[in-house]
Design a protein around this ligand. Structure first.
Ligand code: BGC
Length: 356
């Protein structure tokens, strides 16, 4: 009799465990995903982290989400800790991916797959997939926006332009500059665009860690050193943070909306979107971080469950060791003419947020 009771109890336990596992509910077989994000100083990464966390938790994963506030060593330690906590998968948006090759090798040895999030992980064979936006496409979209806004192909005017590009340790920044210059270089060569500082190369225009303060300082120096007699017409910047820096510098130098330059940006942050509406920034690149998170989640599921993720590029993203299979989302230019449709219509911001 005792044996029968024990058997029935054991059977009940097995059944209840199966029910737990089968409901897609709170714990996906106890799997944990570690997410290493670069910084909370820029709004996009806060959204990225929150979207990833919500979407993974919804699917029953446990999530460890950490930000390293642009401190390279802090990110290394955070990833080391995640490895020692035995996470099942790592999602990394690197600060300086060159500094991560050691921890990536450790993860590989521990059998932990890695997904590169938004920024490619360079010089490693430990990365399974890459989810990002078409980064050269971002540069091209910014270039084409300027080309169209100033009618560069047909105009007889000349326009002054200065460049504020992204961090030299971020592969995205290199690609953005490449895409931008594919569009604008012919106009610099022809003299339709005039860069008075002469700083057009990536080496001369890249700003370490995407620092807003540096962009502001550079813009201040350019305005006082090169634009005392003639207005600056275009700030070609790679990041909303740079656009804010340029805005401060321009205001400091006495520019008003009457002679305000065309200012580009990237990320369609809330503040940038408000600046676009008010006229202090001309455009930004809208990157729907919900979509990016969604694509990344399919990659996490793929490495954990052996399913096939959605991939749309298997040639572009060579990290010096391997070509990383990628999914690239499409960046879209946003300005006064389409923000309502894209940002409000797309549910990215509410009309109240943009008005507030
Ligand atoms: C991202 C951009 C972002 C920049 C600064 C880049 O890697 O692709 O969307 O503006 O980092 O955070």
């Amino acid at each position: 009799m005792k044996k029968i009771i024990a058997l029935v109890l054991a059977l009940m336990m097995v059944l209840s465990l199966a029910a737990c596992g089968g409901n897609g509910g709170s714990n996906k077989g106890g799997k944990t995903v570690g997410i290493a994000m670069p910084t909370q100083s820029s709004e996009r990464w806060i959204k990225d982290g929150a979207n990833m966390k919500a979407q993974l938790e919804e699917k029953g994963y446990t999530v460890i989400l950490q930000y390293a506030e642009d401190d390279v060593q802090a990110q290394v330690s955070q990833i080391e800790n995640m490895i020692s906590q035995k996470v099942d998968c790592l999602v990394i948006a690197a600060i300086d991916s060159g500094a991560l090759t050691g921890v990536e090798a450790q993860a590989k040895q521990a059998g932990i797959p890695i997904i590169a999030y938004d920024r490619l992980l360079m010089d490693t064979d430990a990365v399974s997939y890459y989810a990002s936006f078409d980064n050269e496409g971002v540069g091209r979209a910014i270039g084409e926006y300027i080309e169209k806004a100033k009618d560069l192909a047909n105009t007889t005017e000349t326009y002054t332009i200065e460049f504020f590009m992204g961090s030299p340790d971020d592969n995205n920044a290199v690609l953005l500059h490449r895409g931008l210059m594919k569009v604008l270089q012919p106009y610099l060569d022809k003299g339709t665009l005039v860069c008075k500082t002469g700083r057009t190369s990536f080496e001369d225009t890249c700003i370490l860690r995407w620092s807003q303060e540096t962009a502001q300082q550079w813009c201040e120096n350019y305005l006082s050193g090169f634009y005392a007699d003639e207005d600056l017409d275009i700030c070609a910047t790679a990041f909303d943070g740079f656009a804010y820096g340029c805005r401060s510098a321009l205001e400091g130098a006495g520019y008003t909306l009457d002679n305000w330059p065309l200012i580009t940006g990237q990320d369609a942050e809330l503040m940038a979107s408000k600046n676009i509406i008010a006229g202090y920034q001309t455009m930004s690149i809208y990157k729907d971080t919900r979509l990016l998170a969604e694509k990344c989640v399919t990659m996490v599921e793929a490495v954990l469950n052996g399913t096939e993720p959605e991939i749309n590029d298997t040639t572009t993203y060579n990290n010096n060791v391997m070509v990383v299979p990628s999914y690239l989302c499409t960046p879209v230019a946003v300005d006064q003419s389409n923000y309502e449709e894209l940002l409000i219509g797309g549910g990215y911001y509410t009309a109240e947020e943009l008005a507030g």
